[in-house]
Write a protein that binds this ligand. Structure first.
Ligand SMILES: *Cc1c(COP(=O)(O)O)cnc(C)c1O
Length: 450
């Protein structure tokens, strides 16, 4: 049993005392391999004992700098005081009633916070779920009920989850879809404004990509058949692609003009991650529906669909829900996480992380031509690695080798991207600046050895 001390007690330092993974982790990994299904992977098989602030401690006594936040989840840290306090109190009162059986205030309060924090000052309502994929599935149900149409439009490089419908919505075959079909019908994929790889250059990319996407929708699907257009305002798993300027507003206008529900999937980019409550605020986009999860509840499983009241209310009573959706402990954790984001002004922290990271990565790019592109916003920053800056041929081996080198030094980093050649940095927003710089030192040294 691990001693429960809370994250604040964790020394905020990197400490590497064994090989990574160490002997105890290797022992646990052998037990894991014997009983855990092989399809469930781990980026780095070090077994965690405690995590908080900007560090993860393992069973061998190592302390890793965390540039992953459990995939953009623990933005407030993995044991934030307000999350632990509120969730613990709720845990002692009751763990579950099922909101669809007897409701409780925490659920309502989370929906009130979502109405305040999400873009737009129209009347809003929310429904709560357990996972991001479930939120996206429900956004589609709601959009179809509202429009009485069936088609759903998604984008190249998009990621929306691992359930049957969200696999269909997701672009990348391996590992998310391969061998798992057949997939849900009435899903159509169109181009996205990927500035770095746009043939006529990033300046032209936004309007050109929007025109192509809209042309494909009108010619191949028919705007009047489309229930929803779903997009990540910063594409996460696809490689931290920020759609080039002008793209999102053009797609929103097309959706509005044609009675299509515009859904912003902010599951990865939401809740202060990009230096705004939601990434779509940067271009003044007001989505009809917004899906949230990951950063919402300091690590507890919670997800939401929030949107225009008249759209949210279009599903019949009993048509939405789920046994665990909006679990009271998860709701209490969410209220603690949101309180922490406000009190510590984590939007400002995310902007500061961007400033530090981008300045240092720009210096590295001068020295190391393998860095083809530096992009992202706030504490959602990535480098795209290429074999040659002219051809931009993807270098997934370099990304893998770099991640491995960082792991060995006690820095947890993740890769992503359609071509597997993007190294992404998602530190907890509460990470100390010294740890942030130490992590960047490790990346720089690893690049030098590559
Ligand atoms: C992670 C993610 C999902 C899926 O969330 P789960 O909780 O893993 O089901 C959906 N959309 C985006 C943008 C994500 O990053």
């Amino acid at each position: 049993m691990t001693e429960l001390t809370g994250g604040s007690a964790l020394p905020q330092e990197r400490r590497v005392v064994t090989a990574i993974p160490g002997p105890k982790s290797l022992e646990l990994q052998a037990r894991r391999t014997a009983t855990v299904a092989g399809g469930v992977g781990s980026v780095l098989p070090v077994f965690t004992t405690r995590a908080g602030g900007g560090v993860i401690e393992d069973v061998d006594g190592n302390s890793l700098i965390d540039f992953g936040s459990g995939i953009a989840v623990t933005s407030v840290g993995a044991s934030a005081e307000a999350v632990v306090r509120r969730a613990s109190a709720q845990l002692a009162n009751f763990t579950h009633t099922c909101f669809m059986v007897t409701p409780y205030e925490g659920y309502v309060e989370v929906c009130e916070r979502l109405a305040e924090l999400t873009p737009g000052d129209h009347a809003k309502k929310s429904a709560l779920f357990n996972s991001g994929a479930e939120a996206v599935e429900n956004a589609v149900k709601i959009a179809r009920a509202y429009t009485k149409r069936q088609a759903v439009v998604v984008f190249d490089h998009g990621y929306h989850g691992r359930t049957n419908l969200t696999m269909a919505l997701t672009a990348k075959n391996m590992p998310y879809k391969h061998g798992f079909g057949p997939f849900a019908p009435e899903v159509y994929r169109v181009p996205v404004a990927y500035g770095y790889r746009w043939p006529t250059g990033p300046e032209n990319c936004g309007p050109e990509a929007a025109a192509q996407a809209i042309d494909q929708i009108t010619k191949q699907v028919g705007a009047e058949n489309v229930a929803a257009i779903i997009i990540e305002p910063v594409l996460g798993e696809g490689g931290f692609i920020e759609p080039a300027k002008g793209f999102l507003p053009a797609i929103v206008k097309f959706a509005n003009d044609n009675g299509i529900v515009f859904v912003a999937d902010e599951i990865q980019s939401g809740f202060c991650r990009t230096g705004q409550w939601f990434a779509c605020e940067d271009e003044g986009v007001v989505p009809d529906l917004i899906t949230t999860a990951k950063g919402i509840a300091g690590g507890m499983p919670l997800a939401a669909v929030t949107g225009r009241a008249e759209i949210m209310d279009s599903a019949h009573a009993g048509g939405l829900g789920g046994t665990y959706g909006g679990n009271p402990v998860a709701c209490a954790a969410a209220l603690g996480a949101i309180e922490t984001m406000r009190e510590l002004d984590l939007n400002a922290k995310a902007k500061r992380i961007e400033e530090v990271m981008k300045a240092r990565l720009a210096v590295m790019q001068e020295k190391f031509p393998v860095i083809g592109d530096i992009r992202g916003r706030g504490a959602m920053i990535a480098i795209e690695l290429v074999k040659d800056p002219e051809t931009k041929a993807p270098a997934p081996e370099a990304a893998g080798a770099l991640a491995k080198a960082c792991h060995a030094e006690g820095l947890l980093v993740l890769t992503c991207g359609t071509y597997g050649n993007v190294l992404r940095f998602l530190p907890p927003l509460v990470i100390g600046e010294d740890l942030l710089n130490e992590g960047l030192d490790i990346i720089e040294a690893a690049l030098g050895r590559l």
